[in-house]
Design a binder for this molecule. Structure first.
Ligand code: COA
Length: 176
């Protein structure tokens, strides 16, 4: 799946030899996520990779920057519910030098398009921690609506933080 600056492809074994695991050890990358709490290793990343690739309720893709053909992040749909046809969107651009170039928003669009038009989902949601302005903009720019705020979801940096609940139905995405 291709956009202007990036494309999505299946993750592969070779990605495990690169920086993938180390993104989760970067506190700037995980600042707004329920990640980066315990140290990550290549071995743990391999376990995660194997579990997701064998899961019937998760799909992940590698985000690759087109110009340098570089693996810069990952994006996926998780907790896929095949009855109610919903899933949670997760995204991480791990190489910080690629932030702010529109790649996160493009990846968000591609995975949403895949969710609605390939997996035939009805609803995709994302939990965005307060303060994560670029993530909220990725959501809004792709037809997601903020439908609520949930208090004290994440305990990060010595305090609890609320989470903004973004939700999109297929028609919200189509009509954005
Ligand atoms: C959140 C994340 C995916 C955004 O990706 P990105 O490539 O940096 O974002 P983009 O360049 O596509 O920008 C998306 C929007 O945010 C805006 N933006 C970018 N950086 C911003 C910043 N530091 N502050 C405010 N807005 C910002 C852009 O202008 C753009 O807005 P627009 O749609 O109005 O043009 C990426 O920063 C990331 O992976 N962060 C770490 C992990 C994380 O927080 N994941 C999200 C969990 S829900």
């Amino acid at each position: 799946m291709e956009a202007e600056g990036i494309y999505l492809r299946p993750p592969d074994e070779k990605d495990l030899e690169g920086h993938w695991y180390s993104w989760l050890n970067d506190m700037a990358v995980t600042k707004y996520q329920n990640k980066g709490i315990f140290p990550n290793t290549r071995e743990k990343q391999r376990e995660y990779y194997n579990s997701v690739m064998n899961s019937k309720n998760d799909v992940i893709f590698a985000i690759v920057e087109k110009k340098g053909d570089r693996h810069i992040g990952s994006v996926g749909l998780h907790k896929i519910d095949w009855v109610h046809r919903s899933a949670e969107l997760g995204i991480l651009v791990g190489e910080k030098e690629f932030w702010g170039k529109g790649y996160g928003k493009e990846a968000w669009r591609l995975i949403t398009d895949y969710g609605f038009n390939v997996l035939n989902l009805h609803r995709i949601y994302a939990l965005v921690m307060e303060g994560n302005a670029s993530s909220a903009k990725c959501a809004e720019g792709n037809g997601f609506r903020k439908e609520g705020e949930i208090r004290d979801v994440f305990y990060k940096n010595g305090k609890y933080h609320k989470v903004l609940y973004f939700n999109a139905l297929r028609e919200d995405f189509k009509n954005k």
